[in-house]
Design a protein around this ligand. Structure first.
Ligand code: ADP
Ligand code: MG
Length: 633
């Protein structure tokens, strides 16, 4: 045997061992992209810096080596709720895990410290402020620490969106524990934040990974807001019984929207920074436990949740930049199952964001924020596949992938999973119509609102039109071949594209022609808008739902019934064990069970997410439920 072969054998042996642990402990059949490489680097004793998208499976990258390696892995994580859920999830997988944070009492601490002293703990989650505590450090110094994992590592960077000064102290780890590798994880893709993390943590020539930011299971849909409530309610009808988040930009709109949903029979609650800590924690908890499936929230909501079965994220207003849009939509579909992201925006949103820009004291920061806002507007207005445009923002060239992450060469044109790619909208030239609308504005002295302008365009002889003699204008009735709705929509598009703007001096929203608008009138600039023929939209929506939105839709009627039975069982178990349902099994596991109908331990182990410990704890219950179902049906 030559040296090369020996080496290959070694590699395969490690690989086999890792895959065994992956199956036994976590119940997964294969690694997600880069997980195996990261695990191997940690086990080789190297530092790691990994940028992976939300839902990419970062926890497994340190939990799996925590199980394989001698000693204990210490995870620093910023939020108590996150730590709690992760520890619960690890324990249901049979991992010896605990957490120490500001809520840990003295006696709890002593108990955990004793486990550490006896070398019984495999995984310890700590908050950064606890980590900086002298007594705790002493405990760690005397323990056998295999490696450190820094989760949400962007919290160390002042450039990141979530700076935490406690994180800065983590730079001391490499000096105080020189023999322990340090692995840092984040979903923040910017270069600057990345470099900050590596230098602040003093990572030693780390193994670097930057995974694709594509989230193949998310369906992207962007629409103009013309009747927010109706659009939202229509959308929710397509996601019956599912759990999701509706983002709104102000506390008031959060409360109003939550009220509307409740009035229409949805179980929804509001969440915003104006509520007390206790109320917010309670709402978040009920969401995690599927007791309140829908949360209407400001962007204050979401950081602290790992809930894997969020099936939709709706933006009721335009996000302030593409990064925010990406992170917020990213909270959908962590379990890898199909999920939907709907953005509804209007020109008022752009105007509101612009007005906030004035509040910046620092000119460079203001200019940067303005540029990010402009890029956001460009993103929603740009022709073509949403996914291609989104990934381009992160400097990535889109490669179509199938749901398991493998590259899908056949489908190479678009992503097939956004409103553009399913043909729900297309770009059309609207220069002539734009000229008509702009001329209505200009000829009436840029003093009238969109409703009146629309009346002029379609030739509606209203009292107001007559009073101002606007029926005498050459523009009167030039647009009667199209509906009022179309003209209002067109005016909105002109406003978002900066071809018209709202008069800042007017008390009422009054669109007026801008310099870009004059170019359009003179014929030196063309205008395109997104066209949504109503029938096509409906058909495409239905198709989109079938293809992309709803996990249960991929099931036939009988399987769907079994899925619901299993979901009820899951809820009962979760309640009895006082953990969120997705910690027992995630949606994907239940769907596989509903399709495969396992009746033996071995068959159940073949379902995604079923490992040895979960089989022991829940196997009998689930197999019983499946057998009973099959007898009855
Ligand atoms: P991140 O922290 O990167 O956002 P998580 O670690 O929370 O992502 O993982 C997201 C979801 O993906 C979890 O439900 C997890 O159980 C699941 N997951 C992770 N790795 C795998 C895998 N190899 N196969 C299947 N599911 C996985
Ligand atoms: Mg995570």
């Amino acid at each position: 045997m030559n040296a090369n072969e020996t080496k290959r054998d070694d590699v395969d042996e490690t690989g086999a061992r890792l895959r065994q642990t992956l199956a036994d402990t976590f119940g997964f059949r294969s690694f997600r992209p880069y997980q195996e490489e990261i695990v191997r680097a940690i086990l080789r004793g190297e530092d790691v810096f990994a940028v992976m998208p939300t839902g990419g499976g970062k926890s497994l990258c340190y939990q799996l080596p925590a199980v394989c390696a001698e000693g204990m892995c210490v995870v620093v994580s910023p939020l108590i709720s996150l730590m709690k859920d992760q520890v619960d999830a690890a324990i249901t997988n049979g991992i010896n895990a605990a957490t120490i944070n500001s809520t840990t009492t003295g006696s709890e601490f002593r108990e955990i410290a004793e486990h550490i002293d006896h070398g019984r703990l495999e995984l310890l989650y700590v908050s950064p402020e606890r980590f900086n505590n002298a007594r705790f450090k002493e405990t760690l110094q005397n323990a056998n620490v295999s490696f450190f994992a820094i989760d949400e590592a962007h919290c160390i960077s002042q450039w990141g969106h979530n700076f935490r000064s406690d994180y800065l102290e983590l730079g001391q780890i490499v000096d105080e524990f020189p023999n322990c590798p340090v692995a840092a994880f984040t979903a923040t893709a910017t270069e600057q934040v990345g470099e900050d993390i590596v230098s602040s943590l003093k990572l030693r020539n780390p193994f670097r990974v930057k995974a694709s930011f594509d989230r193949p299971n998310l369906f992207y849909q962007i629409e103009y807001k013309d009747d927010f409530e109706r659009q939202l309610l229509d959308f929710l009808k397509e996601c019956p019984g599912e759990s999701g988040i509706v983002y709104r930009s102000t506390r008031k709109s959060v409360e109003q929207t939550a009220e509307t949903l409740v009035k229409h029979g949805y179980k929804a609650e509001a969440y915003h920074a104006g509520m007390s800590d206790a109320d917010r924690i309670a709402v978040q908890d009920r969401f995690a436990r599927d007791e309140t499936p829908i949360i209407v929230a400001t962007i204050a909501f979401g950081m602290g949740i790992d809930k894997s079965n969020v099936r939709f994220v709706v933006h009721g207003d335009l996000p302030k930049d593409v990064e925010s849009y990406y992170q917020e939509t990213g909270r959908a579909g962590r379990d890898g199952a199909p999920s939907r992201c709907l953005l509804l925006f209007g020109y008022q949103d752009v105007a509101i964001h612009r007005s906030f820009l004035k509040d910046y004291e620092d000119e460079t920061a203001r200019a940067a924020a303005e540029q990010r806002l402009n890029e956001m507007v460009r993103f929603v207005e740009t022709d073509g596949c949403r996914r291609v445009n989104l990934l381009r923002y992160f400097g990535e060239t889109y490669k179509p992938r199938s749901l398991d992450g493998s590259v899908d060469e056949e489908n190479a044109d678009g992503c097939g999973s956004c409103d553009y790619c399913v043909g729900a909208c297309k770009r059309v030239d609207a220069t002539i119509d734009a000229q008509k609308a702009l001329s209505a504005m200009a000829r009436t002295g840029n003093r009238f609102g969109a409703t009146h302008l629309t009346d002029i365009l379609v030739g509606a002889l209203t009292e107001k039109v007559e009073r101002f003699g606007h029926n005498e204008l050459p523009t009167f009735g030039v647009g009667k071949d199209k509906s009022k709705r179309y003209w209002r929509y067109l005016i909105q598009a002109l406003l978002t594209q900066g071809i018209a703007e709202l008069d800042p001096n007017s008390e009422f929203p009054v669109p007026k022609v801008t310099s870009l608008g004059w170019e359009v009138m003179r014929g030196s600039r063309t205008v395109e808008i997104v066209e949504r023929p109503d029938r096509a939209t409906k058909k495409a929506r239905a198709k989109a739902v079938r293809n992309a939105s709803n996990l249960k839709d991929s099931l036939n009627l009988k399987d769907r019934k079994l899925f619901e039975t299993l979901r009820t069982l899951r809820a009962q178990i979760a309640k009895a064990e006082n953990v969120p349902p997705y910690v027992v099994f995630n949606d994907k596991s239940l769907v596989e069970m509903a399709i495969l109908k396992p009746r033996t331990d071995k068959e159940l182990l073949d379902c995604s997410g079923v490992g040895v410990r979960k089989l022991q704890n829940y196997g009998e219950d689930f197999i019983d439920a499946i057998e009973r179902f099959l007898e009855e049906n």
